[in-house]
Structures are given as structure tokens and as C-alpha cells.
Design a protein around this ligand. Structure first.
Ligand SMILES: Cc1ncc(COP(=O)(O)O)c(C=O)c1O
Length: 469
């Protein structure tokens, strides 16, 4: 595959202490990249030595590593033991990939993750290519295919089981449009803990398609498994279920839920936006029919693109009315009078593919795959334990599950003051957190250091104690 070497690649090499960028004979080096590399003493070329490994980071020791600026005032007396496959030195090395982490504590990953050098480089690669080539659809389509392949790898699917759309809302609308409501099953089941957009699409579609919509009520901040047993029945065509509750991080056992759905003859679609990138997902082993996610949260990507898995055996039985020329067997047959769906999940693709966002999203998901999902999942559980201990030490009203096996990345603190005001004050203190309703969410990613989590919670406590000042 042809690569484009841009200024960003040079910056990336510099940040890693490398003195050479190795590239193939077909690769393109932009003039600006050449000039910048020369000025920094970096060689680029086919004969260059492959990049040397980045220098070892400053020794990391969990609680005390990193900047003093974010040191907790009253550290936890002890941390739980960390047994993750990813060493702390590796985590420190990966932190170099996210420049903003040098200046602030980024704990809004349930909303948007930190910008990485590789996603930035991917965006610039598209821009440089467009600038220099004018039009290069062949290459852009390769990158779109690569993005699908990275998503497929992340969830244990094959690339031809993935379609791309603009958002999870679009994904739900496409799936709703593809179902056949003429049989006995005329019910769609969903839950009160979905991200509201799922409810909105279903409410807007119920009358048009003639299905009955049932919401499973939340019990407190969770939904017990037997509520699925009770509410999904032999009239249910499909159930829309969130993997992790956006408000408090409650993580559902989606494999068990899928089995319950199937035992009643219902299909299941999982919204995994708050989960992917923090927890292991294998759609085949978990018997998931359909799964959707955008990329801006734990997948390091950009808005405007979402990826959807539809099991290949199921896909050909579904006929989306939200469709377009890229959903056809041959988009370039240009037969305006003929509808000829592709014979795989691509039948859900619609119009001109999202090239720019695919470059970025593909790079973000690749990063998640390269870092390793198992290591990230273990790290997230460890950080959750610290967050729960710290919230408890400070007497904060934590509304997240206290069992880390039932918890995603978010630890939510219920507060009486306006949560957006809290978010703004935290930002002034170089902490990025995320407000939702009456909670402030502290959502680390694998790169967050334990003492940064402690610092963030201490600042929340301090702001509450000072009446929001
Ligand atoms: C679980 C979940 N699903 C969906 C969304 C957003 O959906 P969309 O991609 O349609 O904006 C969010 C946004 O925060 C979310 O947390």
C-alpha cells in the first residue's frame, strides 16, 4: 500500500526521538515534510534505517509518576495491586502519543478521548493527498476498507460484515428500516438506559412501520437480567440494548442478554459506543446479531462516522430502505431503475463513502488494536477500582456500580450544583471531565495515571465544598 509521508509523520518521529523515516519506493513524501525533516536532521527514504524504538520513558511507578501539578493532596493510603499485561513503562510510552496529556488531566473519555498523533497524521495524510493528487479515489477506498477492517478486528468480525454510517442514530434508523413487520412479531423492545437518540429514532418510526414499542424500566441505575426475561416475548422482533449506560457506566452482560433475546426469537442490536475500546468484545462468541459504535469516545476517533456490524447470515435477509448506490452489488452499474442490494452487510452502505473521517477513525481504531484490548480492559478495571476508592474516601455520592465487573470507564458523581458549571471550573483547573444532567462523569482511559484520577476527584470535592467557586 502506498503511504504519504507528511509533516505530521516527521513530528511523530521527532517526538519518539527517531532519526530516520523508512518508506517504500511507491511512497510519497510531501515537499513540506522533506523540508521540515531536513531542518531537523531526519532522513526519509527507501534506504533509511527503520525507525529506532522510542527512548525509554522516565521511570513510572503508578501513583507518583507524572507531573507534580496533579498530585493529590491526600493520597489513598494504598492502591490495589496492578497485574495488567501492559506495563507502566508501556503506558508512559503510549502517553507520548497524546500530547495534551502533558498539560492536563483528561477524564472525559466517555465523551471525547485525547487527540493522538497518529489520528492527526491520518487526517493530514488525506489532506496532503487531496492537495497533491487532486483526486485519488482508489487510495481513499483502500483507507475506507482499512477502517472497516480495523473495526472488524476489534470486535472479532469480518470486514464484509461492517457498514459505515454517520452516527449511532443513523445506524438504528437503517436497521429499523430494514426489518419486515408483516409477520406476527410487531414489537420492538428497548430500555430506559439507552442513549436518548435510540429512543427518539424508535419513537419516530413506530407509527410509520407499525410496531409497538416497549421500554424496559431502569431499577435504580441498572437493569437486572430478569427484566429482559420478563419484557422480551414471542411478539418481539428485535431488542435494542446499550452495552454501557452513558450516565453512570453500568456495564451489561451483553452475551447473556443476547442469549435471552434469542431464546425468545428476538434479534438483538447492541449500542457499544460507551464500551468499545475499554472492554473485550467478540460478536461471534457473544452471539450478537448487530452492533454499532461511533468513534469519538474510547476509540480515539472523530465525529461524523459510526461503524455497524451486521452478522453476514442475517444481513442478506434485511432490506434497508435507507440505502444508496454504495449499497448495491455494483455501485458503478448506474442503473437508476434497478435496486440490486449487495450480498453482504455492504447493502447497508448508502452514498459516497466518508473518506476523510474514515482515515481518522481507521487510525484511531488501529491505535486501540495496537495498544491491545486485553491490556486496556485490565487497566480500565484497575483505574475503576481507584476511582471508586477515591470517591468513597472523599464522601462523594457515586452513582456507578461498585463492582468493577459491572462497570465501564465512567465513574459518575451526583451533585447538587449545575454539572456544566462544575465541568467549566474543572476545566479552569486543567481537568477535562464530562457533565450529564445532575452528574459529573470522571472517565479515564488507559493512559490516565492513578494520581490524576485522585486529583480530579479531590477537585470535585473542593468545588462542592466551596459552593461551586
Ligand atoms: C451509548 C451512546 N450511544 C450513542 C451516542 C450518540 O449517538 P450518535 O452517534 O447518534 O450521536 C452516545 C453519545 O454520547 C452514547 O453515549
Amino acid at each position: 500500500m502506498r503511504n504519504f509521508i507528511t509533516i505530521n509523520d516527521v513530528e511523530y518521529a521527532l517526538s519518539r526521538g527517531e532519526t530516520a523515516i523508512c518508506c517504500g519506493a511507491d511512497d510519497v513524501v510531501t515537499a513540506a515534510a522533506k523540508e521540515f525533516a531536513q531542518s531537523k536532521g531526519i532522513t526519509i527514504g527507501a534506504g533509511s534505517t527503520p525507525p529506532s524504538p522510542a527512548p525509554a520513558p522516565i521511570a513510572a511507578s503508578g501513583a507518583t509518576s507524572g507531573s507534580d501539578k496533579f498530585a493529590p493532596a491526600r493520597p489513598l493510603p494504598s492502591y490495589p495491586a496492578y497485574h495488567g499485561v501492559m506495563s507502566e513503562a508501556e503506558i508512559m510510552r503510549w502517553r507520548e502519543e497524546f500530547p495534551i496529556l502533558k498539560n492536563c488531566v483528561h477524564t472525559a473519555n466517555c465523551s471525547v478521548s485525547a487527540q493522538s498523533l497518529s489520528v492527526r497524521a491520518a487526517v493530514n495524510r488525506y489532506m496532503d493527498n487531496w492537495l497533491t493528487k487532486g483526486m485519488d479515489w482508489d487510495y481513499w477506498m483502500v483507507e475506507i476498507g482499512n477502517a472497516k477492517a480495523e473495526f472488524a478486528k476489534l470486535i472479532g468480525a469480518s470486514p464484509d460484515e461492517i457498514f459505515i454510517c454517520g452516527s449511532v442514530s443513523d445506524a438504528v434508523a437503517s436497521v429499523v428500516s430494514s426489518l419486515d413487520y408483516s409477520g406476527n412479531r410487531k414489537r420492538i423492545v428497548t430500555t430506559e438506559i439507552e442513549f436518548p437518540t435510540v429512543g427518539h429514532v424508535l419513537l419516530a418510526s413506530a407509527k410509520r412501520f407499525g410496531f409497538d414499542l416497549r421500554f424496559i424500566p431502569a431499577e435504580g441505575e441498572e437493569i437486572p437480567l430478569d427484566a429482559y426475561e420478563k419484557n422480551i416475548d414471542d411478539q418481539t422482533l428485535i431488542s435494542f440494548v446499550t452495552h454501557v449506560y452513558y450516565r453512570n457506566g453500568f456495564k451489561q452482560d451483553i452475551a447473556r442478554i443476547a442469549d435471552i433475546c434469542h431464546s425468545k426469537g428476538s434479534l438483538v442490536m447492541i449500542d457499544s459506543y460507551q464500551a468499545l475500546g475499554t472492554t473485550l468484545v467478540d460478536v461471534k462468541k457473544m452471539h450478537i446479531d448487530i452492533l454499532a459504535s461511533g468513534c469519538i469516545k474510547y476509540l480515539f476517533g472523530v465525529p461524523g462516522i459510526a461503524f455497524v456490524y451486521v452478522n453476514k447470515d442475517l444481513a442478506t435477509m434485511l432490506n434497508p430502505t435507507i440505502t444508496g448506490w454504495f449499497g448495491q452489488v455494483n455501485p458503478f452499474s448506474f442503473e437508476v431503475r434497478k435496486l440490486n442490494y449487495a450480498m453482504n452487510t455492504c447493502r447497508f452502505d448508502t452514498g459516497t463513502p466518508a473518506a476523510l473521517t474514515s482515515f481518522a477513525a481507521g487510525a484511531g481504531i488501529k491505535l486501540a488494536n495496537d495498544i491491545g484490548q486485553q491490556g486496556i480492559a485490565q487497566r480500565m478495571d484497575y483505574l475503576s477500582e481507584i476511582a471508586l476508592l477515591k470517591a468513597d474516601q472523599l464522601g462523594l455520592k457515586c452513582v456507578s456500580p461498585h463492582d468493577v465487573r459491572k462497570k465501564g470507564g465512567t465513574t459518575a458523581i451526583e451533585i447538587e450544583m449545575d454539572s456544566h458549571h462544575m465541568e467549566a471550573i474543572l476545566r479552569d483547573r486543567d481537568i477535562i471531565a464530562s457533565a450529564r444532567g445532575n452528574v459529573i462523569r470522571i472517565a479515564p482511559h488507559f493512559y490516565t495515571l492513578p494520581h490524576e484520577i485522585e486529583f480530579a476527584f479531590e477537585q470535585v470535592r473542593d468545588i462542592i465544598d466551596h459552593g461551586g467557586h
